[in-house]
Write a protein that binds this ligand. Structure first.
Ligand SMILES: [Fe+2]
Ligand SMILES: [Fe+2]
Length: 394
């Protein structure tokens, strides 16, 4: 859905952004949108013959992941190093080594992408998983040192380190799924992707907000509005998660240390398979539109930073980094939205009966004169129990 201006939360950020963008377009910034194709976009275009991506296969999706995220990981190592205090020599060296290793692997991925074979891509994925595991460990150690106040100077915000560790975990999980041939249902994958990207976009807004010079009141106000908007969108996606994919919600309540085999047998009982609804489709379009707005704002900010027309401690590379991630978020969400099944395709027969017959009334469930007892509603196996999906987890 394109923002029609009726949604107030979009309107404020939208209007402010457009005003500033129009102003700076007069000065030459923001003219070359959409952005010229990066290497990874060129490869995606090549595999999809210039069409929008549909469902990529193992090789295509592996390369799409590696060509984007290996560069991102290398830049994360650089950002951490620049934010560490001078006396943390060992950590700075470790960061530099990781930066080089990811840059080397990105070169390799670009060469493989010229003429990829399944074996080469499989090996590339394995190496990327190992290296990403190493940077996750590094980010975890740095984060722990900062939040336990063992590092008290430098410029690495704790949420920034947590943020870039989440990105690494997302990249590794995506590669492992491909490598192991694990499939995730389209509704679950879309909602998990929304939860990931909407939080990333909210974080970016917060980082921009905190790294701008306090004198830049106008930009700070816009960044704050984006931050609030994406926080709200993420909460909305969280509601969809428990409504539409309740097994995921239930599984998240398990002790992380328990192996899957020890999952209690009752888990999943009474819970429907994931399904889609029309408002998820609408929400996804809103989320994509909001992300595209933030992407445009970042593009303007990047150009202003490059031209030294805004006061901040945001480097041009960091501005470009968060811009590329917004481009990627729009691409991922758009691709997954197209895989959604039609709304309200329920599997259980009784749910089909409930929602498929427009003449159906609640009274048809019970013989004339009989009403279910309150106890009946609480016991799913009792006669007259409420056949709709339970709201026990809300
Ligand atoms: Fe990042
Ligand atoms: Fe990010």
């Amino acid at each position: 859905m394109v923002n029609d201006g009726k949604n107030k939360s979009f309107k404020t950020a939208d209007d402010s952004h457009k005003h500033i963008k129009q102003h700076y377009e007069k000065t030459g910034a923001g003219k070359d949108y959409p952005p010229s194709s990066s290497t990874e976009n060129a490869v995606v275009d090549r595999f999809h013959h210039g069409k929008k991506p549909s469902t990529p296969g193992f090789i295509e999706e592996s390369l799409r992941l590696n060509l984007f995220w290996l560069r991102i990981m290398s830049e994360h190592a650089l950002f951490i190093r620049l934010g560490l205090p001078c006396e943390e020599v060992a950590l700075r060296l470790e960061a530099e080594q990781l930066q080089k290793e990811f840059a080397r692997l990105l070169d390799e991925a670009q060469q493989i992408a010229e003429n990829p074979t399944k074996n080469e891509v499989f090996r590339l994925n394995r190496e990327a998983i190992n290296l990403t595991t190493a940077i996750i460990d590094f980010k975890s150690r740095v984060l722990q040192l900062i939040i336990c106040c063992d590092i008290v100077t430098g410029f690495n915000l704790p949420l920034l380190i947590d943020h870039i560790r989440r990105e690494a975990i997302f990249f590794r999980a995506s590669l492992v799924r491909l490598q192991e041939g694990l499939t995730v249902g389209s509704v679950e994958e879309l909602i998990q992707s929304q939860l990931f990207w909407l939080r990333i976009m909210a974080d970016h807004s917060k980082f921009i907000l905190h790294l701008l010079d306090p004198s830049e009141r106008r930009f700070i106000g816009i960044a704050r509005e984006f931050s609030d908007l994406f926080d709200q969108l993420r909460l909305h996606a969280r509601d969809f998660e428990s409504m539409l994919v309740p097994q995921t919600f239930e599984n998240s309540l398990l002790d992380d240390t328990d192996p899957v085999v020890l999952r209690p047998g009752v888990f999943g009982e009474g819970l429907p398979e994931p399904f889609s609804i029309g408002s998820l489709d609408r929400f996804t379009e809103e989320a994509i539109a909001a992300t595209a707005e933030l992407r445009d704002f970042k593009q303007t900010a990047r150009e202003l930073i490059e031209r030294c027309r805004v006061l901040s401690i945001i480097s041009p590379l960091l501005a470009d980094h968060v811009f590329r991630e917004a481009v990627r978020a729009v691409e991922d969400l758009t691709m997954l939205e197209r895989l959604l099944p039609p709304p309200c395709e329920f599997k259980p027969d009784d749910q089909k009966k409930l929602h498929g017959d427009p003449c159906y009334t609640r009274e048809q469930e019970f013989p004339a004169g009989e009403k279910p007892s309150p106890k009946g509603f609480l016991n799913p196996s009792a006669k007259g129990a409420n056949p709709e999906p339970s709201g026990a987890h809300r």
